[in-house]
Design a protein around this ligand. Structure first.
Ligand code: VGL
Ligand code: ZN
Length: 198
């Protein structure tokens, strides 16, 4: 079995002081760097939004951050603006061993659609190309870590299981946003989907 570590969105805007800070977000850096040693391949994802992105509350006059709107592809949480292309907030945490990565996959780069999962945009059908990349390299076992546990990590791991990869989430190397019970919901949904939580 060939094993890849998929590191989700360890970026400044998801760390303390960032625009969509996740409590303890910077604490994932050391355990993730340690996990890299045991992986055959390391892939980093990078949330990468244009300033006019449809997931930003600022781009919906009158809408509050963390409210939910209906988009053509389904419900969408409106986030504070974050990970805007080319900004410091979109940069990886400086402690992350970026040099170890074989691939950096950017997602959420289309103005009109968000992409929580590393595999599919939020319409659940537009592929990012990651599944093909992994299959072409003969990678069948995936470990996930990073930010945020209950959004981009969970959606990525569930898609991986659905696509037939053996998927596990390393919980101590993740931190959650926990919006309206989203942490407990994500944990249940991942178990249902056949994702191992370790
Ligand atoms: C994420 C909300 C918006 C994440 C990204 O990385 O979990 N969450 N964009
Ligand atoms: Zn985002």
């Amino acid at each position: 079995m060939t094993h890849a570590l998929i590191v989700i969105d360890v970026q400044m805007d998801f760390c303390p002081g960032g625009r969509l800070a996740v409590a303890g977000g910077d604490h994932v850096v050391a355990p993730i760097n340690a996990l890299m040693a045991g992986a055959d391949a390391v892939i980093l994802t990078q949330d990468w939004h244009p300033a006019d992105h449809a997931s930003f509350a600022d781009n919906h006059p009158g809408a509050a951050p963390y409210s939910v709107v209906q988009m053509p592809y389904g419900p969408q949480v409106l986030w504070p603006a974050h990970c805007v292309t080319g900004t410091q907030g979109a940069a990886f945490h400086p402690g992350l061993d970026v040099g170890r990565a074989d691939l950096i996959l950017r997602k959420g780069f289309r103005s009109g659609i968000d992409s929580y999962s590393a595999f599919f945009e939020n319409d659940r059908s537009t592929a990012t190309g990651l599944a093909g990349y992994l299959r072409d390299r003969g990678i069948d076992r995936l470990s996930f870590a990073g930010l945020a546990y209950d959004f981009c990590v969970a959606w990525s791991a569930m898609d991986a299981a659905r696509l037939g990869f053996r998927a596990q989430v390393v919980e101590q190397a993740c931190r959650a946003i926990d919006l309206d019970g989203s942490l407990a919901k994500a944990r249940d949904a991942m178990r249902q989907a056949g994702v191992a939580l370790v």
